[in-house]
Design a protein around this ligand. Structure first.
Ligand SMILES: [Mn+2]
Length: 270
């Protein structure tokens, strides 16, 4: 029995199957954690979600920005973008069931002393804060007003956390942080523009995980979202988005051993 954490699949179904084969994944015996962005941009979003739904008792998945975007488009809050690849999933006869499952996923998962988020966390949040804030978003997503929440999540402001934010702003900062964060400005504000590599990062920015006062330093954190980082394994930080949908690779890490498994992107996926 093992626990594997897989990076951003983004609808790359054949790459996902290859990786499952490589780790010899056995449902009911092994556990699979998925770091979010299960769907969109790759060709196989429908197949990926059907696989996850079918194996949901073995899967612990969290929401990424692309999953939330898909939910908003599904519920007609925003139109699809030209580079979205969600048509088949929207038109499938089991679409409602799959989206209900997707909407039920949390934004953070903590188990076996490891925290999984899609993008990042803020320096002044401790583990308890993160799990509490994730639960607040889930409560809204699962409640009657989930359309209001999905409408309200759009926007980059406020870019700083404060305990005195209004509820709408509070939930927006939580969603933006957990699903979109890469870099912070020196004053602690979230930077929403930089998506590149560390070595070309502007001097006024710092990766969220390198903030000197981050309160979660002692908690191993596994995340995806930042494909330009590539694989990073150091100081309790496990960045595992290796850019499958960009034609690079899909990566899994075995939680207990920290062994890394990787497959090249299958050409059928992109
Ligand atoms: Mn993402």
């Amino acid at each position: 029995m093992a626990t594997y954490v897989i990076g951003d699949i983004q609808g790359c179904y054949y790459s996902f199957l290859k990786l499952l084969k490589k780790i010899n994944f056995t449902p009911r015996k092994d556990n699979l954690w998925l770091v979010g962005d299960l769907i969109n941009r790759g060709n196989g979003s429908l197949q990926v979600l059907r696989w996850c739904y079918k194996h949901k008792s073995s899967v612990k998945a969290i929401l990424g920005n692309h999953d939330l975007h898909a939910l908003a488009a599904k519920y007609n809050i925003i139109p699809l973008d030209n580079d979205d690849t969600l048509d088949k999933l929207f038109k499938a006869k089991d679409s409602e069931k799959l989206f209900d499952w997707l909407r039920s996923l949390p934004l953070a998962h903590y188990e076996k002393k490891h925290l999984m988020v899609h993008a990042g966390v803020l320096p002044n949040w401790n583990l308890k804060d993160i799990l509490q804030l994730s639960r607040e978003v889930s409560k809204s997503l699962l409640g009657k007003k989930y359309i209001t929440l999905l409408k309200n999540m759009y926007g980059n402001e406020p870019s700083q956390w404060s305990n005195t934010l209004t509820k709408n702003h509070r939930l927006r900062v939580v969603i933006n942080t957990l699903t979109r964060l890469r870099a912070l400005k020196k004053n602690g504000a979230i930077d929403f523009s930089y998506k590149g590599e560390l070595k070309t990062m502007p001097k006024n920015l710092i990766p969220w995980f390198e903030h000197p006062k981050r309160r979660t330093k002692k908690t191993p954190i596994i995340f995806g979202h930042w494909s330009a980082l590539g694989l990073v394994v150091k100081d309790n930080i496990f960045a595992i988005d290796t850019g499958c949908v960009w034609g690079r690779s899909l990566t899994a890490i075995e939680l207990e051993s920290k062994h890394i498994f990787s497959v090249k992107t299958d050409k059928k996926d992109i």
